[in-house]
Design a protein around this ligand. Structure first.
Ligand code: VGL
Ligand code: ZN
Length: 197
């Protein structure tokens, strides 16, 4: 059984959004088309409280895109984005969200970020997606969405480590690319056994 995992195709990651990814909206049509080829569709939704600790605004003297050390490891500080219930957190209006059978929300605990669809950034607190996929007998995952070098890569690497057969379709992803993070993420995905298509 196969599933398409669509990562964070939300307004704040598209042009005009709070944490806009260049060309983030240009993948929407292709993602909708790919939904016809799989047995299940899962969407993830970045979903932060307004005072989330990944926001630079919560750390005096720290600028967006700077790095800090959190109890669970290094954390990039972001502009405020994907605040729970906001228009920025909504899916891109063109995305066929009605096709999805499950929506995984992540990053909803103030003290910890969650890039991966499977585990929060401590790499141990599960989101529940693994159980959903396993109990449905899904073993093959295709991943697409935003951003290639953060939430897509973290999700793909975790999925491969969990034993799923994972392909990332790079033409249906777009990257933030901070200080070479896209090249690093591609290397890390290949090393973890992810197929890059
Ligand atoms: C993401 C940064 C912060 C992503 C989410 O979806 O890649 N990046 N929150
Ligand atoms: Zn976020």
């Amino acid at each position: 059984m196969s599933a398409l995992i669509v990562i964070d195709v939300q307004n704040d990651f598209c042009p005009g959004g709070a944490l806009a990814v260049s060309e983030g909206d240009q993948i929407v049509r292709g993602i909708n088309a790919l939904m016809a080829d799989v047995e299940a569709v899962v969407l993830t939704q970045d979903w932060h409280p307004a005072d989330h600790s990944s926001f630079a605004s919560q750390h005096d003297g720290h600028d967006p895109y700077s790095l800090i050390e959190m109890p669970y490891g290094p954390q990039v500080l972001w502009p405020d984005h994907c605040v729970i219930g906001s228009e920025g957190a909504a899916f891109h209006a063109g995305l066929n969200a009605n096709r999805a059978e499950v929506v995984i929300r992540k990053g909803f605990r103030r003290a910890i970020d969650s890039y991966s669809a499977f585990f929060e950034n401590d790499h141990t607190t599960p989101t529940g997606l693994e159980g959903y996929l396993r109990t449905r007998g899904i073993t093959q995952l295709t991943m697409v969405g935003l951003a290639t070098d953060f939430c897509v890569a973290y999700s793909a690497i975790d999925a491969a480590k969990l034993g799923f057969d994972v392909t990332v379709k790079l033409e249906l992803c777009r990257a933030i690319d901070l200080n070479g993070s896209l090249d690093a993420a591609k290397q890390d995905m290949i090393q973890a056994g992810v197929t890059l298509a």
